[in-house]
Write a protein that binds this ligand. Structure first.
Ligand code: ACO
Length: 304
């Protein structure tokens, strides 16, 4: 089948076509998405949604075929994940992908992929990556609390498919499978498109300002099914407190710098600042304590 769009070499023996918009062979009137030079059904399973965790073995994928075949399927899955990560990074203007097969293996994240399952090979329409992370967040009173919420870490729908409801489909599937309410999520440095998306589909429009890269919304701390809260921990002698959790995207930074928004004067190589979410200062209110300067030794990953 001739594939439309630009061919991109990724790994030896593997290539992916990021197809141009418009209907194409096997993809019908819906338009196109990310096509690969192999049938995606054996790699991702037969369903429209494919869920992958650190074991890189989609739930719906059948076994059999021997070790060599298994190895080939895993290699193809790695190609798919790596290419999705690259496409998402490109769409967000990131210098390095936040999502890759290697990063999936070394973290307890969950990747939801949405597919066009139509033959002969199918295509990937988009993906959403989530994971639990330990974060120190400010509640509405400005108090620090340690929580471990489910975080939205990476989200991408192919350019030719955006604004057709596919992002909502992916997000809803994730919420259902994770048994999660949208206001309980923390979002890692959301793009303007994602902020519009969360407002439109889930009414998340009132952020609670934070000093790290995460955004949470009103309702996150409400008491009924509140996530586990712990008081700000005292430093243990053997381990300094890590007051600002490492964002998924922080590894993209080229140099050490204080967390957002204290880095605003220096600019961020990752993405534009979230200035709209800076706390509005009430001149009569006591000011929140300034964070200590970040030292390399205190930048260890505190999430999972
Ligand atoms: N400009 C502004 N808002 C947009 C755009 C856009 N180009 N695309 C989607 N949205 C928002 C709008 O609110 C839109 O509603 P509208 O069309 O009535 O204005 C709504 O999303 C559409 O909802 P869906 O069709 O369900 O969402 P979609 O399939 O477009 O997926 C997504 C949303 C994933 C954010 C997609 O736009 C995308 O891939 N964007 C580029 C990558 C990106 O920014 N990802 C988020 C990075 S941050 C992170 O992952 C933590």
């Amino acid at each position: 089948m001739p594939l439309r769009g630009a061919w991109l070499r990724c790994r030896p023996g593997a290539a992916v076509a990021v197809a141009a918009a418009g209907p194409g062979p096997g993809l019908g009137a819906q338009g196109s998405a990310m096509e690969f030079p192999f049938d995606l059904a054996p790699v991702l399973g037969p369903e429209r949604f494919c869920v992958v965790d650190q074991h890189l073995r989609p739930a719906g994928r059948g076994g059999g075929g021997g070790a060599e075949r298994e190895q080939q399927l895993e290699q193809r899955l790695r190609t798919v994940i790596d290419e999705l990560g690259k496409a998402s990074a490109k769409a967000q203007g990131l210098s390095t992908p936040v999502t890759s097969a290697a990063r999936m293996e070394s973290n307890r994240h969950v990747l939801y992929m949405l597919r066009d399952t139509r033959p002969p090979r199918g295509a990937v329409l988009g993906f959403l990556k989530v994971g639990y992370k330990k974060l120190f967040l400010l509640d509405q009173d400005g108090s620090h609390v340690e929580v471990e919420p489910l975080c939205v870490l990476d989200f991408y729908v192919h350019e030719s498919q955006q604004r057709r409801g596919l992002g909502r489909e992916l997000f809803r599937e994730m919420l259902q499978r994770e048994r999660m309410a949208p206001q309980r999520l923390a979002v890692d440095r959301p793009s303007p498109k994602l902020l519009g998306f969360l407002d439109k589909h889930f009414g998340l429009c009132r952020p609670i300002p934070q000093v790290n890269n995460f955004v949470i919304f009103e309702g996150f701390f409400s008491t009924r099914t509140a996530p586990a809260r712990r008081p700000f921990p005292r430093p243990r002698p053997e381990e300094p407190i890590k007051p600002y959790s490492l964002s998924e995207r922080d590894f993209l930074r080229e140099e050490l710098e204080p967390p957002w928004p204290f880095n605003l004067s220096r600019g961020s190589p990752v993405r534009g600042s979230l200035r709209p979410f800076l706390p509005r200062r009430d001149p009569t209110a006591p000011t929140a304590p300034e964070p200590p300067p970040r030292r390399a030794s205190s930048l260890g990953r505190v999430g999972r």
